[in-house]
Design a protein around this ligand. Sequence first.
Ligand code: AMP
Length: 190
Amino acid sequence: MINLILFGPPGSGKGTQAAKLVDKYQLLHISTGDLFRYEIGNSTPLGLEAKSYMDRGMLVPDSVTIGMLRNKVEANPDVAGYIFDGFPRTIPQSEALNALMGEKGQRISKLIMLQVSDEELVERLKERGKTSGRPDDANEEVIRKRIDVYKAETSPVFDFYAEYGRSIKINGVGGIEEIFDRLCAEIDSL
Ligand code: AMP
């Protein structure tokens, strides 16, 4: 099995690249952001709770996020592997993911970070906000807050997997195909 963490700040292209990787490698794409937006769309209690954090650019509490992720993984046991997108975003989430993979006799194969400068992220997210319908893309203050939260709370996850020698960075700037080729080169060398 190939179990990837597609990592990087908001707007670094994780979702775009995950969709392409799924086609090529037949992996299950799990985006916690998408799962939360699905819950919000259905006005579930989980969705309503998540929305109050998401609209402010803050992280949804670990207990909520980890429980939702676990349900999704357990509901899809027979897959060729997983692409985790937007998860883990904290150290407790990383520990929970390792435990979950361990229960399946699996582990994370690689964490791949897409590197993009802050100013480019802000420009991309403002542009995406024109069509995404996402409240958290619509306001520059919230966009910058999400980047700050990434630096403070999420970037340590890179180091967490680096300790196992499994974190790498690739250049996340360029054409979609160009970046996809960089990712595939890493995955094919696993
Ligand atoms: P994303 O679609 O990955 O950009 O996530 C959008 C928002 O959903 C984030 O800004 C957080 O509020 C929330 N979210 C998504 N994934 C997580 C996670 N793993 N932990 C906590 N909050 C999350």
